[in-house]
Each structure stands twice: as structure tokens, then as C-alpha cells.
Ligand binder design. Structure first.
Ligand code: SF4
Ligand code: MG
Length: 329
């Protein structure tokens, strides 16, 4: 295909040992996920903690090998690429940027590091670093500082600068703004959008915090227990024909005022991924579960050109809607 990133039936199973006498259990952190991402596109991956969002991000970075399926960037299978090649394709931006920065180093040395990993420093690198600083709207005065002398927002800008120096095709932002104050979050989101416009970088925006999602994402993928249960344009996901889990998730996020559909509440903890029940993985928590839900697994089914949902109820509602439209015509 011509997609920049192509995730096909990707799975990550971890074999877990219980106690000494306990049988081994398999945990499907990512379960047969399909996803494409294009240049200039931001896809948000949303879901509660433990839904497999971060593992999916690590598959794309190449820090996690799939146990099944394929992850390609520009047609190249990520698992077959060296670390150095991968670092030019996909770069992570994490929640706590200082965790990847030696506190004794100056910001200048930290920004030289991506180059130094690949080769000897070059006389042009200084200019590249100054360019990247202006792209992330930081003054050159930060170069002589050390990480602890910067604010959380400044440090996240340094981390984004570092991620951009090797001109990757995609930034995988995993809770990249979750630790910041609301005003700084908005600034960083604005910065990511302007960087995308200038550099055509694809962005995977992984978050449990939904209020920024409509502002940054072109498409949204909702994960539950390792599976994508809904995917579509930011306009359609959470709308009329939406997965009960998505609606509960958006209903629980008070800042998304425009989603005025029926409010569902999200109750209970996500069930253990090692202890899978039959049928729809969401059925123990679903307020709309009916008789088929605990026995038949719902497949991800298109409801329109730009939305697909894995829910028996939504599939039935969509079929009814289409039949009514056909009768009216
Ligand atoms: Fe709820 Fe059934 Fe839909 Fe699952 S398939 S989300 S249990 S209505
Ligand atoms: Mg996570």
C-alpha cells in the first residue's frame, strides 16, 4: 500500500507465570490490531490504562517485537530494521522527558546526542540544533542550561526537539502532555500541529485524557483490552453510532461539551486481560449488553466510510438505519 505506516493483524502476547504451581497464562496486550497512518495525519489512540495503547506505540517505534502480524513503515518491516534505521523512521515523545536525559548534561549536549549516536558531530549540526530550537519556540539561552533548570513545558519542548533532529516520519507521543498544566498542554498541542504542518510528520497521540483529542486528532482509535473497538474520523467517533465503551469514555470526560449524546457511565475495572471471557470483551461493563453479547465476538464493522465499530448493537442499529433509508427512497 501507499500508507506511511501499516499495522496488519499485529499482536503482542506475553506469557505470564502465576505462582510457583500456577499454570502459565497468556496476556494479549495487543490483539490483532489493524491501523494505517499517513503523512500529515494525527491519529489518537485512546483507552483506559492497560488497554494496550503504549504497547501499540512501542510496536511502531520498534521497542516491542510483535508476536504476530506485521508493522511496516514506508514498506519496511520494522522488526527487521536496525535500531539506527528505526530511529530515523519513528521517534518517541514520552510523559517524563527527564527520564531519558542525563541530568549532568547541558541541553546542548543532549541535543547533540541523536547525531552522535549515528556518527561524528559535524559542523552543520550546530545550525540544525538552532533551527530545531526555533521550531519548538525555545530561545538559544537554554543551550547552556541543564534539565532541572527548565520548566516541565520547556523540557517537553527539548524532548520534542530531540525527537525531531533525525527527521523521523512519525512521532509517537505517549501521554506526552499528560503531566503538564492545561495551558502548557494547549501550547504543546499547538506546537505539535505546527511542526506537523511544516514537516509533514505523522503523529500517533496516545492518551487516556480525552479533552485534547478533538483538538489534535484527525482520527481516533479506541482500544479496549488490546483490541481496537472503534476507529474513525474525529467527527464520527463518539457520535450517534458509537461503541458503548467510547460513549462511556467520552461521557466520563467533562471537558468534551460538544458530545451531547446519551451519557453512559463507565463502571467497574477493566477485566483482566489474562482472564478472557467469551463474546464481547466489554460485556461485563456494558449497560446495553443483550443476549448475544456474552457468546459472540463482535467484529469491527464499518458504519460509514469513515467509522468502524465492533459492537452487535451498533451493527444492528446501523442496519436498521440503512433499511429505513432504503424504504424511504
Ligand atoms: Fe455492549 Fe454488546 Fe456492544 Fe459489547 S457488543 S459493546 S456488550 S452492546
Ligand atoms: Mg500507557
Amino acid at each position: 500500500g501507499c500508507d506511511l505506516i501499516e499495522v496488519r493483524d499485529a499482536s503482542v502476547d506475553f506469557v505470564m507465570r502465576g505462582g510457583f504451581f500456577a499454570a502459565k497464562e497468556t496476556l494479549s496486550a495487543v490483539d490483532t490490531v489493524n491501523l494505517t497512518l499517513n503523512r500529515d495525519e494525527t491519529v489518537a489512540i485512546v483507552g483506559e490504562s492497560g488497554s494496550g495503547k503504549s504497547t501499540l506505540g512501542r510496536l511502531i517505534i520498534g521497542d516491542q517485537k510483535p508476536t504476530g502480524g506485521s508493522i511496516k513503515i514506508k514498506g519496511q518491516e520494522v522488526r527487521n530494521l536496525s535500531r539506527l534505521v528505526r530511529s530515523r523512521l519513528a521517534q518517541p515523545v514520552v510523559q517524563d522527558p527527564s527520564s531519558a536525559m542525563d541530568p549532568r548534561w547541558t541541553i546542548e549536549s543532549l541535543l547533540e546526542e541523536p547525531f552522535r549516536i549515528h556518527r561524528e558531530l559535524d559542523s552543520r549540526d550546530g545550525a540544525a540544533i538552532r533551527d530545531i530550537l526555533s521550531a519548538v519556540r525555545l530561545s538559544e539561552t537554554v543551550l547552556t542550561r541543564r534539565p532541572h533548570e527548565l520548566s516541565g513545558g520547556q523540557l517537553q519542548r527539548v524532548a520534542i526537539a530531540r525527537a525531531l533532529l533525525l527527521e523521523p516520519e512519525i512521532l509517537v507521543c505517549d501521554e506526552a502532555v499528560s503531566a503538564l498544566d492545561a495551558s502548557v498542554q494547549a501550547e504543546i498541542v499547538g506546537l505539535l500541529k505546527s511542526i506537523q504542518k511544516e514537516r509533514h510528520t505523522a503523529i500517533l497521540f496516545i492518551t487516556h485524557d480525552l479533552h485534547l483529542v478533538p483538538r489534535i486528532a484527525d482520527r481516533i482509535a479506541v482500544m479496549y483490552l488490546g483490541q481496537i473497538v472503534e476507529i474513525g474520523s474525529t467527527q464520527s467517533v463518539g457520535g450517534e453510532l458509537s461503541h458503548p465503551y467510547t460513549r462511556a469514555l467520552f461521557g466520563a470526560s467533562p471537558k468534551i461539551g460538544r458530545r451531547q449524546g446519551k451519557r453512559a457511565t463507565l463502571q467497574g475495572e477493566p477485566p483482566s486481560p489474562t482472564n478472557r471471557l467469551g463474546g464481547c470483551p466489554f460485556h461485563p461493563r456494558c449497560s446495553q449488553a443483550w443476549n448475544v453479547c456474552n457468546s459472540v465476538i463482535p467484529a469491527l464493522t464499518a458504519t460509514s466510510d469513515d467509522q468502524a465499530v465492533a459492537c452487535h448493537l451498533v451493527t444492528a442499529q446501523n442496519r436498521a438505519k440503512l433499511e429505513m433509508a432504503a424504504e424511504a427512497a
